[in-house]
Design a protein around this ligand. Structure first.
Ligand SMILES: [Zn+2]
Length: 192
């Protein structure tokens, strides 16, 4: 989960009657670089993506067409895990309003809550952020990046090494799939 800048709603008129209006959905999709705002999977790789209600529309019907209550997620995070859950005392991390790094970090391929963060812990558990498929996907990416790191440090050519490291740093950018675990991996090796 990475910080996301919420774009202005491109078509508020359409939003008033259709929370999934394609132009508006596209804006939310682009804001998270096509990734699920919870799990960082690139959604076009797995499904069409859901426009999700932070506060579920079944319990907060007056927020069904409220732009600030909408976000873009994969169907697994939304329909299999979050569903209609929302606790007002311990709200899930909202990456459009706050930096998730205040609540979570990544250890290897696992999302962990920061000390004492109930919101981080609840988000991790309820959204299934450490489900098997995500751990496997993150670990595969970590292994690929680590191989490149090793190759960089084994080469004796400084120019080649630096070029490769610069390319590698881009894997930690927010537009890349599972970028947060790569950010932590590269930080732990003093590459970024
Ligand atoms: Zn997801």
């Amino acid at each position: 989960m990475r910080k996301i800048n919420r774009p202005p709603c491109p078509n508020p008129t359409a939003l008033a009657t259709d929370y999934k209006y394609p132009q508006n959905k596209e804006a939310l999709k682009n804001a998270s670089f096509g990734k699920c705002m919870y799990c960082e999977s690139i959604i076009s790789h797995i499904d069409y993506g859901d426009i999700e209600h932070i506060k579920p529309k079944s319990r907060f019907p007056w927020l069904k067409f409220e732009w600030n209550n909408l976000w873009y997620s994969c169907t697994r995070c939304n329909r299999e895990y979050k569903k209609d859950k929302f606790n007002e005392d311990t709200p899930y991390i909202n990456p459009y309003n706050e930096d998730p790094n205040e609540h979570i970090f990544i250890s290897g391929a696992f999302v962990m809550q920061k000390q004492g963060s109930e919101r981080g812990e609840l988000t991790k558990i309820d959204i299934g952020l450490n489900r098997d498929s995500l751990i496997q996907n993150r670990q595969e990416k970590i292994d690929r990046v680590q191989k490149t790191v090793d190759a960089c440090y084994r080469t004796s050519n400084e120019a080649l090494k630096n070029d490769a490291l610069e390319a590698l740093k881009k894997e930690a950018n927010e537009d890349k799939e599972y970028s947060l675990c790569i950010k932590y991996l590269l930080k732990s090796q003093d590459i970024i």
